[in-house]
Write a protein that binds this ligand. Structure first.
Ligand SMILES: Nc1ncnc2c1ncn2[C@@H]1O[C@H](COP(=O)(O)OP(=O)(O)O)[C@@H](O)[C@H]1O
Ligand SMILES: [Mg+2]
Length: 441
């Protein structure tokens, strides 16, 4: 989270917005506050002017020191007071108290009765003077209120702005998140170039790098597959020759002891030969293949069952086709055949004598489904994924296998765009299910 670009962008933009917002708030508060004071000063002077022009009856202002306003009327604490001429003796003190006689016309701030007052003084034609005053605390309160009103919209909009920025940043970085998710979903062997839609230009070089890396990985995988295929192919010829030599040797007169040793030798050579065949088959499944065409899945299954009858008979297992619907799929024949053959081979191989293997091909909602059910031991849950790994055999499996069968099945399924699943049947035994889209008619 600490390294999230999204978080950092949102955070920093929010900090900048908040800082600028705060500065703007303070500045606009200060300006509005000063403006309010200025306006109040003007008002005082205007009232003083009205009073001096005789438009305000000064008699109305009691000359006593008592406050001329009632409780709760504090907002209107405006006092107008007549002062004696500068040379004449002072008049009785008004609400503003005895103001210093030398106060010049204009604005002043004076202290009276523990309060600061803002006072506007104006000369009258009679030589007397008029003073209009207001407590500064009241002025400040009014100015603060009006200044605050200018700041409130800013304070309300600030969080909205920050939220908006967070949403926008998230929106902008969406393509990157989507790209990561797309890469995460990839199958292990998928080396197709990244198909990124509207990724920001800044990310494009990164994608190009990933594509370059994928291409190198693809080449490496292809190179290794070629090596395996070549090695298997090269080894097949000498191993076949060895098998023939062993058969020739059988026809030669030899001591019984030597003949007894010959049987395991021949069996070992046959196993080696089948391992090489499987290796070659796997390598072929993984390498680029002939373009697929329409293939009848039911025919492929029928053929595989035919091929495996000798093995089934030897193991006293019966293969029953419970359904063989005519289903056509788009596939490379050899791949589909290898898949089906390895599946049925396993079902037969891991069933006890006397059991039945059921195979079926059906069409389900536009998809071709091939299943093989056996009555063998099934697989422990933790083995079900592992058995698809090359060379993986469940410990204690009968000899003769290479562990490549299901790896071939999986590679073929990936090639064909189908899916393989293994489940233990409730009645015991294993069910392998392969499905892929049916070819359009
Ligand atoms: N139908 C099945 N029933 C029980 N176990 C199976 C079945 N098919 C495969 N297995 C287990 O999965 C392992 C891997 O199978 P596979 O890849 O075909 O290799 P192999 O058959 O050469 O051992 C086998 O060793 C076997 O233990
Ligand atoms: Mg097998």
């Amino acid at each position: 989270m600490k390294n999230s670009l999204r978080l950092r962008l949102s955070l920093w933009i929010a900090v900048v917005i908040a800082a600028i917002g705060l500065a703007a708030g303070v500045l606009s508060f200060a300006l509005a506050f000063a403006d309010a004071h200025e306006m109040q000063d003007e008002q005082l002077q205007q009232i003083a002017a009205l009073a001096s022009a005789g438009k305000l009856t000064l008699d109305a202002v009691p000359a006593s020191a008592a406050a001329p306003w009632e409780e709760g009327e504090a907002e209107s604490r405006l006092v107008v007071q007549l002062l004696a001429a500068r040379t004449a003796p002072a008049l009785p003190a008004g609400p503003l108290g005895p103001l210093p006689a030398e106060l010049a016309p204009g604005l002043h701030t004076v202290a009276h009765a523990g309060e600061q007052w803002r006072v506007a003084i104006r000369d009258l034609p009679s030589g007397q003077r008029v003073a209009v005053g207001q407590p500064t605390s009241l002025r400040d309160e009014i100015a603060t209120n009006s200044a605050l009103r200018t700041v409130i919209p800013l304070l309300v909009l600030l969080p909205a702005l920050i939220l908006l920025v967070a949403l926008l940043v998230r929106r902008m970085l969406q393509p990157v998140t989507q790209l990561a998710a797309q890469l995460d979903r990839r199958q292990p062997g998928d080396t197709e170039p990244v198909r990124a839609g509207n990724v920001p230009a800044e990310i494009q070089p990164f994608i190009a790098s990933i594509d370059g890396l994928l291409e190198r990985v693809r080449q490496l995988i292809a190179q290794q597959q070629r090596f395996i295929a070549d090695a298997a192919h090269e080894l097949r010829t000498p191993v076949t020759a060895l098998g023939l030599q062993a058969e020739n040797l059988e026809r030669v007169a030899m001591p019984d002891e030597a003949r007894a040793r010959l049987a395991p030798l021949k069996a070992g050579l046959a196993r080696t030969r089948s391992l090489l065949d499987q290796l070659l088959s796997l390598a072929l499944q993984q390498s680029p293949e002939a373009p697929p065409g329409p293939v009848a899945l039911d025919a492929v299954v029928r053929e595989a069952v035919q091929d495996l009858l000798p093995l089934a008979q030897a193991r006293q297992v019966e293969i029953v086709a419970t359904a063989l619907e005519p289903v056509v799929v788009q596939a490379a024949q050899a791949q589909l055949a290898a898949l089906v053959r390895n599946v049925i081979d396993n079902a037969v191989r891991y069933s006890a004598a006397g059991s039945i293997v059921e195979v079926a091909v059906v069409s389900l909602a536009g998809r071709a489904v091939f299943t093989a059910d056996d009555q063998g031991p099934g697989l422990a849950a933790q083995e079900i994924d592992r058995v698809f790994d090359p060379f993986y055999r469940v410990p204690g499996s009968p000899e003769g296998g290479s562990g490549l069968g299901l790896a071939i099945v999986r590679a073929a399924a990936q090639r064909l765009g189908g899916t393989v699943t293994l489940v233990n049947r409730p009645a015991g035994g294993l069910r392998l299910r392969y499905e892929q889209p049916q070819a359009p008619p």
